[in-house]
Design a protein around this ligand. Structure first.
Ligand code: GUN
Length: 294
């Protein structure tokens, strides 16, 4: 039986640690970190994600605002709203939830957020700092994967790591962090993608496999070396008439095939997913510290 990398337990520990730190900092008269999550339109999954962020902030004791803008918001309107939050000294972290309505340019919006409040680590300045090995923030999902590996004793240093998927949110920053010197780094990283030749063979050579492509049960059992560590980042809906809601959530890994081969595996759900919000909260604490000098 593989060790289960449990994101629920670890994310709770991170939130508990932040709560304790906040109590100490409040007693020292330091400001309470405050997060603004901006949403344009009514896309339901975004509302659900933002609610999860709000719940985590409330549990820790951070301030939070769900800043809602209508679907019809123009770039000008959004720019004005982002500037208002950038300029508000009471707000330490700002994220603009994606996806945005198609008439708005996400890349341009990411550049509007103050780099010092950019808890998602999407701003090019913060991406550049990450790339040169002097990170101000780390992107939440990439940092979540690394925290899980380190917490469960699977240090990537010296290991062969296969990351599957080169998205700007997960695959690319993970490849950078794991390839650099420093915490969670010093690995030999292969960044696989849709044009990778003989993908199963590449994956079979990996000590650590990190699928992040968003294709249900894509990684099969016979692609995985005995004793590999697998951190599944994918979250996919698979039709399932036995469920009340008509679907079930599965990862990018065929869990039933891969689990018996793996030394350890982060499942979906209950693996990386719950960790990302905890890391966002950690980034918010860091942003408040940057602002107030703690
Ligand atoms: N949409 C899906 N994931 C994310 C995230 O991590 N940050 C933002 N801003 N939007 C998202």
């Amino acid at each position: 039986m593989a060790t289960i990398l449990d994101g629920k337990i670890l994310s709770q520990k991170i939130r508990d640690d932040l709560k304790k730190r906040l109590e100490t900092q409040k007693a020292e008269g330091k400001p309470t970190p405050f997060l603004t999550a901006m949403q344009v339109g009514e896309y339901l999954p975004s509302t659900v994600y933002i609610r999860a962020k709000e719940r985590a902030c409330a549990e820790i004791g951070f301030g939070f605002k769900h800043y809602k803008l209508p679907e019809s918001t123009t770039m000008e309107d959004l720019k004005a709203a982002v500037t208002e939050v950038n300029d508000d000294p009471g707000v330490h972290g700002l994220l603009v939830q994606s996806p945005l309505p198609s008439h708005l340019d996400e890349i341009q919006v990411q550049r509007l957020v103050s780099p010092l409040k950019d808890v998602d680590c999407f701003h090019p300045e913060n991406v550049g700092l990450l790339y040169i090995g002097e990170p101000r923030f780390q992107p939440c999902t990439a940092a979540a994967v690394i925290e899980m590996l380190l917490h469960y004793g699977y240090n990537p240093a010296g290991k062969n790591v296969a990351i599957v998927g080169r998205s700007i949110l997960v695959g690319r920053p993970l490849a950078v962090i794991m390839g650099l010197k420093g915490r969670g780094g010093n690995a030999t990283v292969t960044l696989c993608h849709s044009r990778t030749r003989d993908l199963p063979d590449v994956i079979r050579k990996a000590d650590i496999i990190i699928p992040a492509i968003g294709q249900a049960e894509f990684i099969r059992g016979d692609w995985v070396k005995k004793g590999a560590v697998v951190v599944d980042v994918g979250i996919n809906r698979l039709a399932d008439s036995t469920k009340k809601r008509g679907y079930r959530l599965v990862g990018d890994v065929a869990f039933a095939e891969v689990e018996p081969k793996a030394e350890a595996i982060a499942p979906v759900p209950g693996g990386v997913g719950p960790m990302t919000v905890a890391i966002l909260c950690r980034n918010l604490m860091h942003a408040a510290g940057l602002d107030a000098g703690f």
